[in-house]
Design a protein around this ligand. Structure first.
Ligand SMILES: [Zn+2]
Length: 158
C-alpha cells in the first residue's frame, strides 16, 4: 500500500510540475490526509474525501443512515400505503459505460485528472482504453525506476 501511495505521489508531483496551475486543485482527504486533485470549483476545500476509498466508505455510511431512516419511515407509512394500494417505484440503475474490472470511483478520478491536465473533456470509455494501453506498455524497467522513486519519496513526502 505504501508503495502505491509513493507511486501516486511521483505522478502527482510530475503533474504539478508540468501544470503549476493545477496546484489550486490540490486538496487533502479529511479522513486519511492523502493529497489528491479535485475539480477547480472544489479547490481549497478541507471537507473532501479522497477517491481511493474514503469517499466510498463515507458514502456507504451515509446510505446506511438513509436506508435506516427510510425503513423507519416506511413502517410509519405502511398503513397509509396499504389503504392507498400504492406501490413504490423501483429505482432505476442508470446507464453506466462498460468499465470492466476498474473501480468506477477511480475511473472518474482518472477522468478528472486527464481532463484537467489536457484541458479538455475526456470520456470514461477513452480512459478505459488509455489504461488498457498503458498497462500493456508498462515494462519491467519502468517499474524498477518507479520503485526507486517510491523509496525516495517515502523519506521525502511532497
Ligand atoms: Zn482518504
Amino acid at each position: 500500500m505504501a508503495a502505491l501511495v509513493g507511486q501516486y505521489y511521483v505522478l502527482l508531483r510530475s503533474v504539478l510540475r508540468t501544470r503549476p496551475l493545477l496546484r489550486r486543485c490540490l486538496v487533502r482527504c479529511r479522513h486519511c490526509r492523502i493529497f489528491f486533485l479535485t475539480h477547480p470549483c472544489n479547490g481549497g476545500r478541507k471537507d473532501l474525501g479522497c477517491p481511493f476509498g474514503c469517499r466510498k466508505a463515507h458514502r456507504k455510511q451515509q446510505s446506511t443512515v438513509r436506508s435506516v431512516a427510510y425503513y423507519r419511515d416506511a413502517i410509519g407509512k405502511k398503513k397509509k400505503q396499504a389503504l392507498n394500494g400504492k406501490r413504490a417505484k423501483p429505482k432505476s440503475e442508470g446507464n453506466r459505460p462498460a468499465t470492466g474490472r476498474w473501480d468506477p470511483l477511480m475511473l472518474e478520478y482518472v477522468r478528472l485528472l486527464v481532463s484537467l491536465i489536457e484541458a479538455r473533456s475526456v470520456s470514461l470509455t477513452e480512459i478505459v482504453q488509455m489504461l488498457q494501453r498503458v498497462l500493456r506498455q508498462h515494462s519491467l524497467g519502468r517499474r524498477r525506476k518507479i520503485n526507486h522513486a517510491v523509496m525516495w519519496l517515502q523519506e521525502h513526502p511532497p
